[in-house]
Design a protein around this ligand. Structure first.
Ligand SMILES: *Cc1c(COP(=O)(O)O)cnc(C)c1O
Length: 383
């Protein structure tokens, strides 16, 4: 096998997560599976079929480039929605292929109408409202102009959605700001309602909003991190735990990252291990070299800090993590040999290394750790 490590993706964990999230949002809302960032590092080609098996038929991505990737693997019945970058010269492709997209500036709107008129095909647009996130979205003051433009071009678009995005629903510290955004969104909706132009879907909620602000669950929800089995923050988990204490850790991590022992050897007391002199053996010890280094997504800042699992035991990284390897202290593991399974993230026997403990050690968010897992590590969907 030509690989130094691989990632397993659990089908049954995914199913449990979707079942739980369906229970939280109820039967009615459409769930859009957010698969930007290569499906949060899980691989678009792995997650799209899994989501479809679990009856999800809507996917959200950041760019046209990502949307194209999804179009190659999705079933013809599924929809794709671009929430961010769509260049003028990609709009034609989007309209032709029924790809939905956010519109948040006049330029994109004009271009959309030009293209739709030329193709004689309706664009499927989601109007994004600026409610206080201050990234993208139309300002409330612009609505009269926007409404005129929409009315003039009625036959060139389908008003798929009215949407917004919350600025930090995962933290109670942002409570006031999020509440303000919710009421601002309602103001936008009322404006359209009064003028008789209605979106098919009202949608605002990401994972954290779904889990902690029930009023944000509307016609559709856009769920990213939670479907992969992670809480947006410890606060979110605590909130849900207080709400339904009987459900024991309802979200399950999908990934397990594994490698193997490359070589085992002994080091005499008084010798330094690895580059430089960051680790000194203070007694005779046994070490194992693992063929995973910082070029494979195992951060150099985990030098002398990280932990991996071998034979059901947690063992420490010693010395500096190199480009392609790390060294661990296996003095206490009897019988360890070349080829033994190494778990970098995930469970082995009764021990577990979570993404958050892994990322706390290297000081990153789950979101960041996941999307930084190198795309060239092979991923396999397992039971
Ligand atoms: C990423 C993203 C989401 C999903 O966020 P999660 O916290 O992963 O659920 C929803 N909406 C927009 C606009 C996003 O960019």
């Amino acid at each position: 096998m030509f690989q130094t490590s691989h990632i397993e993706i659990s089908k049954s964990a995914y199913k449990k997560n979707i079942r739980y999230l369906r229970q939280v949002v109820g039967d009615y809302p459409k769930i859009s599976s957010v698969i930007k960032g290569n499906a949060y590092g899980h691989g678009v080609e792995n997650i799209v079929p899994l989501a479809e098996e679990n009856k999800l038929r809507h996917f959200s991505v950041f760019s046209a480039q990502e949307a194209l990737q999804v179009c190659k693997v999705k079933s013809p019945k599924s929809q794709v929605m671009i929430m961010g970058l769509l260049d003028d010269d990609e709009i034609e492709w989007a309209v032709e292929n029924d790809v939905e997209y956010f519109v948040f500036d006049p330029g994109r709107l004009e271009k959309t109408f030009d293209v739709a008129a030329r193709l004689k095909k309706r664009a499927r647009i989601h109007i994004e409202a600026e409610t206080g996130f201050h990234r993208t979205g139309f300002d409330y003051d612009y609505l009269p102009v926007l409404l005129e433009k929409l009315k003039e071009n009625r036959e060139h678009f389908h008003f798929e959605g009215l949407c917004t995005h919350y600025a930090g629903a995962e933290s109670i510290a942002n409570y006031v700001r999020v509440r303000e955004q919710i009421s601002q969104y309602r103001k936008f909706y009322r404006y359209f309602y009064r003028h008789g132009i209605l979106p098919e879907y009202k949608h605002t909620a990401c994972s954290a909003a779904v889990l902690t602000y029930p009023t944000t669950i509307m016609d559709m929800v856009r769920i990213g991190i939670a479907q992969y089995g992670f809480w947006p923050s410890p606060e979110t988990e605590m909130f849900r735990f207080k709400k339904d204490p009987t459900i024991n850790t309802p979200l399950k991590r999908l990934i397990t990252w594994k490698s193997r022992v490359m070589v085992v050897k002994e080091v005499e007391a008084g010798q330094f291990v690895g580059y430089g002199s960051t680790y000194l053996a203070n007694k005779k010890m046994k070490i194992a070299v693992i063929p995973v280094g910082y070029s494979n997504g195992f951060s150099r800042s985990l030098s002398n800090m990280g932990r991996v699992l071998i034979r059901g035991k947690r063992v420490p990284v010693i010395g500096t993590v190199t480009m392609n390897t790390m060294t661990v202290n296996v003095t206490d593991i009897a019988g360890i040999e070349k080829g033994d399974e190494v778990v970098i993230i995930g469970k082995q026997k009764r021990m577990d290394i979570s993404v958050s403990s892994f990322s706390e050690m290297s000081n990153q968010l789950n979101y960041q750790t996941l999307t930084r897992l190198p795309a060239d590590i092979p991923r396999y969907v397992v039971k």
